[in-house]
Design a protein around this ligand. Structure first.
Ligand code: PAF
Length: 300
C-alpha cells in the first residue's frame, strides 16, 4: 500500500489526520478497502458533544475504520438562520475525536462540496414535510443534498445519524432507499445532559437563565408521553404542555404526536399497534431547541 495514503496517528499529538478534498478522501478509502477494512461515516457539522461522540462509538461497533465529516452546510440554513455563528472549533473537535478513537476527519473545502455553478438539489418528499419541514422549508433539501454528496464521496458501508434529529434520520433513510445508495443507515440514541436537555451544538447559544429553563422542553414531552401511555386524551395533554412552555417563555413551533415510522399525525383512528413518538421544537430567545421521545405502547 502507498504509505502516503495511510494516516498514522502520532501518539504525541492530540489531533486526528484531516483531509479536505474528495480526491484524498477517495484515495484513503480505497487504501483501507484494499486492506479489507469496512468503513463507517459519521456526518456532522462540528461543534461536537457527547451525542456526536456516541455516534462514533456506534460506528466503531459496526466498522473497522471511522470517518467523521465536519462541514457546516450552507444549503440547509435559511438566510436569517445561524450559518455564520454556528459553533466552529476545529481544534477541540479534533481532540475529542482523537480521544474517542475515530480514524479520520473529512473537513471538505466549500468548493469541494459546492461547485460555483452547481444547481442540483435532492427533495425527498412526504417524510420531509411537517414538523421541521414546515418551519424550515429549505432544511431537508439542503440536508439530503449534502448527505447524498458525502455518501458519493466516501462510499461508506455504514452511515450513522443521531435520533435527536429523528425526522432527518427518516429523510435520509428514505433517500438512501429511493436512490439505491449502497450504505446502511444506523440511528444512534439521543443523548441528554444530566438534567434531561437533549445535547445539541446549539445549546451553547443559551444564556444562563435560558439554560436553566431549557430542560422544561423534555419535561413537557415526558408529561405528554405519560398521559398517552395511560390512554388519556392526547389533544388535551398537548394543549396543556404547550401552554406551560409558553408561560415559561418558550415560543413553541410544534409539539405533536406522530407515527414513528411514517411521521403521520396521530389521531383516534391510529392503529393501536403503531409505534408512536412525540416531537417538539421550541425557541428560547434566539435558540431553537428540538427534542423527541418514544411512546411505549404497553398500556395503550
Ligand atoms: O445533523 C447534522 O449535523 C447535519 O444536518 C448533517 C447531517 C451533518 C448534514 O449537514
Amino acid at each position: 500500500m502507498n504509505s502516503k495514503l495511510s494516516f498514522r496517528i502520532d501518539p504525541m499529538t492530540k489531533t486526528l489526520p484531516k483531509i479536505d478534498t474528495v480526491l484524498k478522501l477517495r484515495q484513503q478509502v480505497s487504501a483501507w478497502r484494499a486492506q479489507g477494512y469496512t468503513i463507517a461515516l459519521v456526518p456532522t457539522m462540528g461543534g461536537l458533544h457527547e451525542g456526536h461522540l456516541s455516534l462514533v462509538d456506534l460506528a466503531r461497533q459496526h466498522c473497522d475504520r471511522v470517518i467523521v465529516s465536519i462541514f457546516v452546510n450552507p444549503t440547509q440554513f435559511a438566510p436569517d438562520e445561524d450559518f455564520s455563528t454556528y459553533p466552529r472549533d476545529s481544534k477541540t473537535d479534533s481532540e475529542l475525536l482523537h480521544q474517542r478513537g475515530a480514524d479520520l476527519i473529512y473537513q471538505p473545502l466549500s468548493s469541494e462540496m459546492y461547485a460555483e455553478n452547481e444547481t442540483t438539489r435532492i427533495t425527498v418528499g412526504k417524510i420531509a414535510q411537517g414538523l421541521c419541514g414546515t418551519s424550515r422549508p429549505h432544511f431537508f433539501e439542503g440536508v439530503a443534498t449534502v448527505v447524498c454528496k458525502l455518501l458519493c464521496q466516501a462510499s461508506p458501508d455504514v452511515t450513522v445519524f443521531g435520533e435527536k434529529d429523528y425526522q432527518q434520520l427518516l429523510v435520509i433513510q428514505t433517500m438512501v432507499r429511493d436512490l439505491s445508495i449502497p450504505t446502511k443507515i444506523i440511528g444512534g440514541k439521543l443523548i441528554r445532559e444530566a438534567d434531561g436537555l437533549a445535547m445539541s451544538s446549539r445549546n451553547v447559544y443559551l444564556t444562563k437563565p435560558q439554560r436553566t429553563k431549557a430542560p422544561l422542553l423534555y419535561k413537557a414531552l415526558q408529561q405528554v408521553v405519560d398521559i398517552v401511555e395511560k390512554g388519556h386524551s392526547v389533544t388535551q395533554s398537548i394543549k396543556a404542555a404547550k401552554s406551560q412552555l409558553t408561560n415559561q417563555g418558550f415560543v413553541v413551533d410544534y409539539l405533536e404526536l406522530r407515527d414513528a415510522d411514517t411521521l403521520e399525525l396521530v389521531d383516534k383512528d391510529t392503529k393501536p399497534d403503531a409505534r408512536l413518538r412525540i416531537f417538539a421544537a421550541a425557541s428560547l430567545g434566539k435558540t431553537r431547541l428540538i427534542d423527541n421521545l418514544a411512546v411505549s405502547n404497553l398500556e395503550r
